[in-house]
Design a protein around this ligand. Structure first.
Ligand SMILES: [Zn+2]
Length: 198
């Protein structure tokens, strides 16, 4: 009669051992990842986006008042999209329209001639004169600040190129054979200009 009792005790011991194994073996918390945070470290390494530099300013005179305006800087593609082919050739490629063909060479309308590319006021009809050249000609700009000049040595000549001070667009050339009091002749391309009438 002792053997069945011993067997029962042995079976009970197996069950107790199995129960203990289940509690201690599987119930433990995996401590290795307790402190890991998915947010921690994911954004700290990102640098802030680079700041866009502000546009450079240029001093000009508009309606008789000196002021600073943003320079206009565009790529050739952007200029092509905003100008006619003839305007692009003159303003951006320093082209010259044929004499006696432009819109303004004989215009006597009153108004302000502005840059066809950026709208900056450049010349007044008050200083426009008939030079006989077939190009619109002026004795002086609205303000010296509104135009820039550069030496131009193309075509085996030394000439002075006239550019818009705001966008750098080519307007034409200036010569010293103009009427008084300046003695200057700003010989411009109609394609570089637009006339704003009062
Ligand atoms: Zn301009």
């Amino acid at each position: 009669m002792a053997r069945p009792a011993l067997l029962l005790v042995a079976c009970a011991s197996v069950w107790v051992f199995a129960a203990l194994l289940a509690v201690t073996g599987c119930g433990g918390v995996p401590t290795g990842i307790v402190n890991a945070s998915p947010a921690e470290g994911s954004g700290a390494a990102l640098a802030p986006p680079p700041a866009t530099p502000p546009p450079s300013k240029v001093p000009v005179v508009i309606h008789g008042e000196k002021q600073m305006v943003d320079k206009v800087v565009r790529s050739d593609e952007e200029w092509r999209a905003s100008l006619s082919p003839e305007q692009f050739q003159v303003l951006r490629e320093k082209g010259t329209e044929r004499a006696f063909t432009g819109a303004f060479w004989k215009t006597k309308d009153e108004g302000t001639y502005v840059c066809a590319a950026c709208g900056l006021p450049l010349f007044s009809s008050e200083t426009k004169f008939d030079s006989g050249t077939g190009w619109p000609s002026f004795s002086a700009p609205i303000a010296g600040e509104n135009v820039a000049t550069e030496s131009d040595r193309t075509y085996m000549m030394l000439r002075t190129e006239v550019l818009c001070a705001r966008c750098g667009g080519h307007l034409g050339h200036v010569f010293d054979d103009g009427p008084g009091p300046t003695g200057l002749r700003y010989c411009l391309n109609s394609a570089a200009l637009a006339l704003e009438k009062p």
